[in-house]
Ligand binder design. Structure first.
Ligand code: NAD
Length: 250
């Protein structure tokens, strides 16, 4: 597909569903070849089908982002298949169970942190050397409104997403002089299976609602991701961009 990202290559993690799928489709629409990474095979393959049906190019790489070997293989696979790596949207994440902090188990802490926080770092530590070798690139990590404000009954998720915000800022500083920009998106309530999958909505915090009178869509987030990877944002790094319908400004 012709577009501003023609000839470029993008990795999107968690691309088998929701925001990641929206991002994969948006990168492809702009002309990038897309490496769809997800732990869920069926979802990942479906995203590749949707990219191809829209006239784009994509491959699926089954990936558990919490595992170093898998993250390394993902980047190797991108370069083997498409010859380069220009963009990465490190987006895979889990919401976890809603409960007060003292009731959370150590297993739940490890599960959430290993995907939401360690997974973003695992991916960046293999993506960045590849980008440095070819002279630059752009990374967008998915934090959350919960990376900016506290969320009741979601302490582990909130901590992991504040961690992604910190990781993003520090990485932006580390590579500011080397041509790799690192930003984050902080989505609010976005209509995806993650939100639809909440078993008992009454246990979910309802205090933080968007000012704009609708839920967000994966496309709303994907548009921000594409812009943060584009030349139009070349003077922006280390930024946490809210895509939340003004949920966190109150
Ligand atoms: P989703 O559940 O639709 O998609 C998440 C994807 O991540 C799934 O395809 C899942 O298989 C994948 N995944 C989970 N663990 C993985 C692992 N270990 N390795 C690789 N892939 C893995 O959810 P979504 O709403 O699209 O969420 C995407 C990101 O956006 C997450 O980081 C989430 O925390 C964040 N986010 C979502 C919202 C929202 O309202 N939906 C708001 C703020 C932030």
């Amino acid at each position: 597909m012709a577009g501003q990202f023609e000839g470029k290559v993008a990795i999107v993690t968690g691309a088998g569903s929701g925001i990641g799928r929206g991002s994969a489709l948006a990168f492809a629409r702009e002309g990038a070849r897309v490496v769809v990474a997800d732990i869920a095979v069926e979802g990942g393959e479906e995203t590749v089908k949707q990219v191809e049906a829209a006239g784009g190019a994509a491959i699926f790489v089954e990936t558990d982002v919490s595992q170093a070997a898998a993250a390394k293989r993902l980047v190797e696979q991108a370069v083997e298949s498409y010859g380069r790596l220009d963009f990465a949207h490190n987006n895979a994440g889990l919401l976890g169970k809603a409960m007060p902090v003292a009731e959370c188990s150590e297993e739940e802490w490890d599960r959430i942190m290993s995907v939401n926080l360690k997974g973003v770092w695992q991916c960046m530590r293999f993506e960045i050397p590849e980008m440095l070798e070819q002279g630059g690139g752009a990374i967008v990590n998915t934090s959350s409104a919960a990376g900016l404000i506290g969320m009741e009954r979601l302490a582990l998720y909130t901590a992991s997403k504040h961690g992604v915000a910190g990781l993003t800022k520090a990485a932006a500083l580390d590579y500011a002089k080397s041509g790799v920009r690192v930003n984050a998106v902080c989505p609010g309530f976005i209509n995806t299976p993650m939100i639809q999958g909440i078993e008992d909505p009454t246990t979910f915090p309802t205090d933080a609602l968007p000012a704009l009178p609708r839920a967000g869509t994966p496309e709303d987030v994907a548009n921000a991701v594409v812009w943060l990877c584009s030349e139009a944002s070349s003077y922006i790094t280390g930024h946490l961009m809210s895509v939340d319908g003004a949920m966190t400004i109150r």
